[in-house]
Write a protein that binds this ligand. Structure first.
Ligand code: COA
Length: 434
């Protein structure tokens, strides 16, 4: 075999040259979150006239989605399973196609339904053995890369080198585009008083030794300070952020009590600050795995005391949860919510938590509602829901009757909306709930 260095040097090129390796009709998988090679995507958009009917597949976008736009239609098109803020406007105009899908199913869907054939991703420079590392993503990126016709890598020294299933040999990659741009970051944000109260209630439901799935964002960040007193927590998640570093450095996350992947922080991808990206670099405790592993409810169920925490848009008084549809439009997607709700429910000692503030829009809208909005999908079914938490407390719905659910949810609704909710529940169930 030719020396890998010769292969690498022969395939190094400008981003414009790399764009010529995309062909009409290609079906392109873009790495999740910070792993997206933005300069490569921008070059595709600039070269649009050269392509007909190229389709993109991408979960969460960080740094924009240059392949989406009215002017690109016919050339570049997005099939999305999650709507990110950068193209919500295009979604409303009908330019983006949305596919409802559990995140655990995404790799198989890309292979069997979409027949994807190109992968574009950020990687590290090659190591001494000739492997680059997709250090921020295994999720769906690596499964799609394993069978892609063409892989285009943005080789960037700011990409961490992580373990698990993240390495690709340079001989399997067609184009290398070197950059040194700072990668996109997910920065921890200031938590509000309401989020802190929600965090406190969530922490009450987390025992020592639990394995957690925590997304990124306000509520997971709010739970963290309350976890500093816990012992031997573990992580099994689809993404992780900076909070994991805080809890590892405090000795709280050890993974010692995990019943699967003991001692390891298992995740599909890494969405953190540059500081966190440096922390995971070469860190032997992190193991990045594909989402058909991390999000498979049968795998999640093997973690004793698994606790998942996810957010939502609204919950009706029977416990049906809408986490993806707002103001009449598809706002985001189901992601891995149901994968983790179901897996945690099946786990011995497991719990799933749906956490949200009791109101939205400065207190004018209740998130606990008699009926979901017209057209809103049920993301998590009432048969799957377990705990719902707001700043007013914890409602345990799993295994409860409709009357018991309505009563528990009324108690965690904002006081301004309780009377109206009670009126509807009492009409429906013919009983006094307060
Ligand atoms: N009605 C109207 N507006 C609402 C609303 C409702 N029921 N709920 C929220 N909003 C508004 C908020 O007021 C806020 O508006 P603002 O930006 O003008 O203040 C905006 O919508 C965003 O709400 P917020 O609650 O801050 O959203 P978030 O960023 O925390 O995301 C979800 C919440 C549910 C959309 C998000 O977690 C999601 O997409 N979940 C589904 C996928 C999932 O759970 N994956 C889990 C694995 S990581």
């Amino acid at each position: 075999m030719t020396n890998w260095r010769e292969i690498y040097n022969a395939r190094r090129m400008t981003v414009q040259e790399a764009a010529t390796h995309l062909k009409s009709g290609d079906r392109v998988v873009v790495a999740h979150g910070p792993g997206a090679p933005i300069p490569v995507l921008e070059a595709f958009a600039a070269n649009k006239a050269a392509y007909q009917d190229v389709t993109f597949y991408h979960m969460v976008t960080h740094g924009g989605a240059p392949y989406v736009g009215e002017e690109l239609e016919g050339h570049l098109h997005l099939n999305a399973c999650f709507i990110s803020a950068s193209y919500r406007g295009e979604m409303e105009k009908g330019i983006v196609d949305f596919y409802p899908l559990h995140f655990s199913e995404f790799p198989a869907w890309l292979e069997h339904e979409m027949d994807s054939n190109v992968v574009v991703t950020v990687t590290t420079p090659p190591d001494e053995h000739g492997y680059v590392c997709c250090g921020l993503n295994c999720d769906y990126t690596i499964p799609a890369a394993r069978r892609a016709r063409t892989i285009i890598a943005e080789v960037n020294p700011n990409c961490p080198r992580t373990f698990g299933d993240t390495f690709i040999h340079v001989s399997d990659i067609e184009c290398f585009v070197e950059t040194e741009r700072p990668l996109c970051e997910s920065l921890p944000r200031e938590t509000t008083e309401v989020e802190k109260r929600i965090g406190g209630y969530c922490a009450e439901l987390i025992p020592d030794g639990a394995t957690l799935q925590l997304g990124v964002g306000g509520i997971p960040d709010a739970v963290l300070p309350f976890l500093l007193e816990k012992h031997d927590l573990g992580i099994h998640s689809e993404v992780i952020g900076d909070g994991v570093q805080v809890l590892m450095e405090a000795g709280v996350i050890t993974g010692k009590k995990k019943t699967l992947d003991t001692g390891l922080v298992v995740t599909g991808g890494v969405f953190g600050s540059a500081k966190f990206h440096r922390f995971v670099n070469e860190h032997p405790a992190f193991s990045l795995r594909p989402v058909n592993y991390t999000n498979d409810p049968r795998i999640i169920a093997q973690q004793k005391n698994m606790v998942s925490i996810n957010a939502c848009v609204q919950v009706d008084i029977t416990g049906q949860v809408n986490s993806e549809f707002m103001n009449g439009i598809q706002f985001s997607g189901m992601g891995g919510q149901v994968d983790f709700v179901r897996g945690a429910k099946m786990a011995e000692g497991g719990k799933s938590i749906i956490a949200c503030s009791s109101t939205a829009k400065k207190g004018t809208i209740s998130k606990i509602v008699p009926f979901l909005d017209p057209g809103a999908p049920v993301t998590t079914a009432r048969t799957d829901v377990d705990y719902v938490v707001t700043e007013y407390g914890i409602a345990h719905l799993g295994g409860r009757s409709l009357k018991e659910r309505a009563k528990a949810l009324l108690q965690i609704a904002h006081p301004d909306f309780r009377d109206a909710l009670a009126e509807e529940a009492e009409r429906r169930y013919h009983c006094k709930l307060f």
